[in-house]
Design a protein around this ligand. Structure first.
Ligand code: ATP
Length: 330
C-alpha cells in the first residue's frame, strides 16, 4: 500500500503544506507567501506572524486537494532548518500538533537537502553534481558516504541575496531575481564589475557594492542588470566547472529559487556539455520553497527510520547541508 507524508515548509517567506506519496507523486501542494513592505527585506517576526495566520487554511487545503483525511497519512515532516528561527518555530509547532493529535511519526527535514531531493525526483537525476542557488544557499555539492560534501560555496552573501538586495536598493520589485532577469534581456554593454572566485568559493558582496555604485552614477539599468548577471553567474559557472572536472560526475543538477533563471541555466548547460554530463534543472513549479519538497524528503527519511520525538524536535536555524546523515541514498 502506498504511504503518504504531510510536509510543512516555513523557513522564510513561504508557508507551505503538501502531501507526497512514496511512489513519487506530489498529491497536493499549497502555499501562501509573505510579502515584505515595499523596499524592505523579510522581517522574521512579521513573516512568522504571517505563517501563524495562514497555517490552518493552508494545511486544510493541502488535505482537501489531496482528497486525504489526516488519519490516513503515515508521517508528518517539517522544515527543521536552516532558516529564520521565528518562522521555523511556527511550522514545527503546527507539525507537532498534527503529529500528537493524530498519533503520526514526526520527521525533521533539512530544507537544503529537500531542494536537492525534489530536484532529483522531478528530473530523474541519480548521482549528480548539484548546484543549489536560492536566498539562503549558494553551494556546489556532491554525495559520498552518506553525506552531501561541499565542493564550493559563497564566502559571504548568497546569489539570491545579491539579486534581491540589488533590486531592493535600486527600486525594482521583489523578489529581485525575476526582475533582474527581465531587465537584463535588454542589456548590451558589459560593464567592468569585480569578479571574485577564491579557491573554489565565490564572494558576491564586492560585486553588490560595485553594482550599486554604478547605479548611483546613473548607469542604464538594462546594462547594469545584464552585467551583474553575467559576472555573478560566470563566477559560479567557473567553480562548478572545476568541481565537475574533479568529481567526473555525469549529471549536473541545478536547484533552488535562482534555478529558474534562463541565463544561469544556459551557462551551466554549456559546461555540462563540454564535460559530457547531462544537465538537469528542477521542475520550475518546485524551484522556490514549497511543502512538496518537505513532504517528498519526509517520505524518504521516514522510510529510512529518521523520526524524532516531540521533546527532541527543536528547530535548527543553522543546520548545514553537509551535517545531515542521508541514510536513504545509496
Ligand atoms: P532557501 O530556500 O535557501 O531557504 P529562499 O527561501 O530565499 O532560500 P527560494 O524560495 O528557493 O529561497 O528562492 C528565492 C530566491 O530565488 C530569491 O532570491 C529570488 O530572487 C530568486 N529567484 C526566483 N526566480 C528567479 C529568477 N528567474 N532569476 C533569478 N533569481 C530568481
Amino acid at each position: 500500500m502506498r504511504r503518504l507524508c504531510l510536509g510543512i515548509e516555513s523557513t522564510a517567506h513561504t508557508f507551505g503544506a503538501a502531501i507526497a506519496s512514496d511512489d513519487g507523486r506530489i498529491v497536493s501542494d499549497v502555499r501562501d507567501i509573505y510579502v515584505p513592505e515595499a523596499g524592505k527585506g523579510i522581517h522574521p517576526t512579521g513573516a512568522a506572524q504571517h505563517h501563524s495566520s495562514v497555517a490552518d487554511k493552508v494545511v486544510i487545503a493541502a488535505f482537501k486537494d489531496a482528497h486525504v483525511r489526516p488519519e490516513k497519512i503515515d508521517a508528518v515532516a517539517f522544515s527543521c532548518g536552516p532558516g529564520l528561527g521565528p518562522c521555523l518555530r511556527v511550522g514545527a509547532t503546527v507539525a507537532r500538533a498534527i503529529s500528537v493529535y493524530f498519533q503520526k511519526p514526526l520527521v525533521p527535514v533539512n530544507h537544503a537537502i529537500a531542494h536537492i531531493e525534489i530536484a532529483s525526483l522531478t528530473t530523474g537525476a541519480r548521482d549528480p553534481l548539484v548546484v543549489l542557488v536560492s536566498g539562503g544557499h549558494t553551494a556546489i555539492a556532491t554525495y559520498a558516504a552518506r553525506r552531501w560534501r561541499i565542493c564550493g560555496e559563497t564566502e559571504d552573501i548568497t546569489l539570491g541575496n545579491l539579486l534581491d538586495m540589488f533590486a531592493r536598493a535600486t527600486g525594482l520589485s521583489t523578489p529581485g531575481g525575476p526582475e533582474v532577469e527581465r531587465m537584463a534581456e535588454n542589456g548590451r554593454e558589459m560593464l567592468d564589475l569585480p569578479y571574485t572566485v577564491k579557491g573554489n568559493d565565490v564572494a558576491y558582496s564586492g560585486l553588490l557594492t560595485a553594482a550599486l555604485r554604478e547605479h548611483k552614477k546613473g548607469t542604464q539599468m538594462a546594462d547594469l542588470c545584464f552585467s551583474l548577471q553575467e559576472v555573478a553567474f560566470s563566477m559560479l559557472t567557473e567553480a562548478t566547472e572545476r568541481a565537475l572536472a574533479h568529481t567526473g560526475k555525469r549529471e549536473l543538477l541545478l536547484t533552488g529559487g535562482v534555478a529558474a533563471n534562463r541565463r544561469l541555466q544556459s551557462m551551466l548547460e554549456s559546461i555540462a556539455q563540454e564535460h559530457e554530463a547531462e544537465f538537469r534543472v528542477v521542475d520550475r513549479r518546485f524551484s522556490g520553497d514549497s511543502g512538496a519538497q518537505i513532504a517528498w524528503t519526509g517520505i524518504l527519511a521516514f522510510k529510512a527510520g529518521l523520526t524524532v520525538s516531540v521533546e527532541e524536535s527543536h528547530v535548527r536555524p543553522r543546520w548545514r547541508l553537509d551535517e545531515v546523515d542521508v541514510a536513504w541514498r545509496r
